[in-house]
Design a protein around this ligand. Sequence first.
Ligand SMILES: [Zn+2]
Length: 184
Amino acid sequence: MTRMTPLLDRNEQFASAYTPVPLGPPAAQVFIVTCLDHRVDPAIVLGLRLGDAPVIRNAGGRITEAVIDDVAYIAFLAEQLFGGQLEDDRLFEVAILHHTQCGTGLLADPGFRRQAAEATGRPEAALEASAVTDPYITVKADVERLLASPRLSPKVSVSGHVYDLDTGRVTTILDARSPLPTAG
Ligand SMILES: [Zn+2]
């Protein structure tokens, strides 16, 4: 037995009406970075369909070195596979989506953070830095962090957004910007 059993039943329904999607550039030209919170599924919140957008999810939707690794690799891959097919020579926009009521916000409490550090083996400072207490502030910090990375392709832009769990609405906080001025 597995708790996946009812979900596999749903998959059976999905597969019965499935049409394969060939590998191509993300149809929405967007790459989403968001929280792993099960109330924040970008496929549902943003109406994504298969082939629309790569998605990275971690606690808080934070820009970590691991996220930068993946963005750099996907930019390389997109350039190699689809470089000639893209409008304006742009690869994609990385949309960072933080949200209200994030569970990482609890890490702002020193006692909670100490316990979390003991349980996970992660340094307290790293846990404190990962906390999303105010998504309107952290999403701006993470847009700047990604834009400042020397590993970010100049053909990638970065934007910041907040999802409000009370209203279901996503608000853009920072419009898309590229790491370097584009020629022409
Ligand atoms: Zn969260």
